[in-house]
Structures are given as structure tokens and as C-alpha cells.
Design a protein around this ligand. Structure first.
Ligand SMILES: Nc1ncnc2c1ncn2[C@@H]1O[C@H](COP(=O)(O)OP(=O)(O)OP(=O)(O)O)[C@@H](O)[C@H]1O
Ligand SMILES: [Mg+2]
Length: 287
């Protein structure tokens, strides 16, 4: 079994008295998309900063591709691609120049126009980044993070504030990288994004991991397995019924409802990741 791409072991970071990252442990495999979900201030960006060698952990250890992030920071940084929370592009340069600089820095030859095409910036590549919209900058940061074909990607809210089409473009690129074997550490507030993309997700609250599993396993464990059925009776009145899926007579119940009237809608009551987060922590993902 190949070693995991990322190993965090009791990782802890403090800002003075505040423990922003509190003894967290997890592993991410090659080719895996690992979601890191939590409300504002939970410690997501701080975790990214620690794992990418921007700051040193107060306690615990972490390895990326088998290398210690504190002792071998420079080597680690060669193999990773990162999107930090704040834009760190050269605003006075255009997109091509930004990517050329990074290609030089990593000593790689890449087809920059092909990459810009992929992130939907072709045609705008000669304009100064300072004049780009938020979404355009975000897409350029994705291109930059992917440029040297990193083996591990750290993406801090890569689709925050983007329109659905831009988000979908970025999702496809993340999935493509994972399919090539890249390990992806993704922080997000977007539960649909996490559900769709991530093989596993960790919920982080006040610096601690409070749950960690695949989205489907979490939904099975915490969700209500039931169908919600809307029926229109002969008198035209619409009533709503809940049928538990784990009972032995679910089918009979449904067919009884069909006898009673006209079935208008049938929905599964599967919990969303957001519901589960609230159930575990007593708070929502936005504060
Ligand atoms: N430079 C800093 N100095 C002091 N405290 C900080 C600093 N940066 C972050 N913190 C605190 O550390 C905690 C974790 O912050 P962090 O930015 O990691 O959260 P986050 O999960 O990324 O939140 P968001 O969803 O808003 O991006 C918060 O309580 C925050 O106020
Ligand atoms: Mg953050």
C-alpha cells in the first residue's frame, strides 16, 4: 500500500492563547479529494497554512509525500500546488506573464495558452490582472496551482463567490487532477460541492475535527431514511406523509397512499451535509 500523500498527526496551531487548530489527525491518499468543512473561524485556512509550510505547528507533525513539512519545507513546496485564501497574483502583469513567472520558478515548460483555455481565460490573457473580476482571478489562481502538475493540491475555498459555470469549470479541473493521482485537500463552505467532489470530508469546528467519513456514510449515519410523499385526495386537498424506508412495509404504505388519492411528489428525506453539521455541532456552517 502506497503511503498517504498527506499525514497530519495531532497537528496544533495557536495564535497567542487561541488554539486555532486543535490536535487534528487525518490522512489523504493519492487521488483522493478530501474536503475540510467548517464555519468561519473554524481553522480551515490556518490548517492550510500549516500544511503548506507557511507557519510552524505548535504541536504535532505533518508529512506531505513522506516529507516532514517543517524539516523539509522547500522540498514539499516543490511538489504542491496551493490556492491560498487571499489572491497572491502579480496584479500589474497579465495572465500569461503571471503563469510564465511561475513556470520559470518551477523550471517547467508548459503550454500556457492551453492552460488558460482550460480555465476559460483565453481571449483575456493579455489584460492586466488588476482589471480582472474576482472569478477571473480565481480561475487564474487555479491555473497557476495546476501549472507544474503538483502531486498534492491545497485549495482554500477555490470556488468562493464564483458563478455556477465558473465553479463547474474548476470542479472539472480538480476532478481531472485527482484522476491523475493528485491528492486534493479542499476547504469549502459549499456543501453541494463537497458532496459532489469529495471522497471523504472532515467537519472542523473550533479547531477540532468533529466527524470524518465519506459523504454517503455520514448521510447514512445521521440522515433520516424516509420518503416524503404528497398526495392529492379526492376532495382536492393535498396532504404530506412520511414513510420510513427501514420499515418492512414501506411499499405497502406507499401503495396505500396511491389508493387514497393521486401521488403528486415523492422525495427522499436524505440529510444534507449541512443538516449533519448542525446536528453534530449545534451550529450552522456560516457562523
Ligand atoms: N493572524 C491571526 N492572528 C490571530 N488570530 C487569527 C489569525 N488568523 C486567524 N486567526 C483566528 O484563528 C481562528 C481560525 O481562523 P481561520 O482563518 O483558520 O478560519 P477559517 O476556518 O479559514 O475561516 P473562514 O471560513 O472565515 O475562512 C479564528 O478564530 C481566527 O480569528
Ligand atoms: Mg479561511
Amino acid at each position: 500500500m502506497a503511503q498517504p500523500a498527506i499525514v497530519a498527526d495531532n497537528l496544533t496551531y495557536r495564535y497567542g492563547d487561541l488554539t486555532a487548530v486543535d490536535h487534528i489527525s487525518f490522512q489523504v491518499d493519492e487521488g483522493e479529494i478530501f474536503g475540510f468543512l467548517g464555519p468561519n473561524g473554524a481553522g480551515k485556512s490556518t490548517t492550510v497554512n500549516v500544511l503548506t509550510g507557511q507557519v510552524r505547528p505548535a504541536e504535532g507533525r505533518a508529512q506531505v509525500l513522506g516529507m516532514d513539512i517543517v524539516k523539509q519545507t522547500k522540498q514539499v513546496q516543490r511538489y504542491i500546488g496551493v490556492i491560498f485564501e487571499t489572491t497572491n497574483l502579480y496584479e500589474q502583469l497579465n495572465a500569461v506573464e503571471n503563469l510564465q513567472l511561475f513556470a520559470q520558478l518551477y523550471g517547467v515548460k508548459v503550454d500556457i495558452m492551453d492552460l488558460l483555455e482550460k480555465v476559460g481565460l483565453a481571449g483575456r490573457e493579455k489584460e492586466r490582472v488588476a482589471t480582472y473580476s474576482k472569478g477571473m482571478k480565481q480561475r487564474l489562481m487555479v491555473a497557476r496551482a495546476l501549472l507544474h502538475k503538483p502531486r498534492v493540491l491545497f485549495l482554500d475555498e477555490p470556488t468562493d463567490g464564483l458563478d455556477p459555470v465558473s465553479s463547474r469549470t474548476i470542479h472539472a479541473l480538480i476532478q481531472e487532477a485527482a484522476d491523475r493521482g493528485t491528492a486534493v485537500f479542499l476547504t469549502t463552505h459549499d456543501m453541494m460541492e463537497a458532496d459532489k467532489l469529495c471522497n471523504r470530508v472532515a467537519f472542523i469546528n473550533q479547531g477540532k475535527i468533529v466527524a470524518l467519513d465519506s459523504p454517503s456514510a455520514l448521510k447514512l449515519r445521521y440522515g433520516k431514511r424516509a420518503l416524503r410523499v404528497e398526495v392529492e385526495g379526492p376532495d382536492g386537498q393535498v396532504t404530506t406523509h412520511e414513510i420510513p424506508l427501514d420499515g418492512t412495509d414501506s411499499v405497502q404504505q406507499l401503495s396505500a397512499l396511491a389508493q387514497e388519492g393521486r401521488i403528486l411528489t415523492v422525495h427522499s428525506e436524505e440529510a444534507t451535509l449541512e443538516d449533519i453539521f448542525i446536528q453534530i455541532t449545534g451550529r450552522g456552517l456560516y457562523g
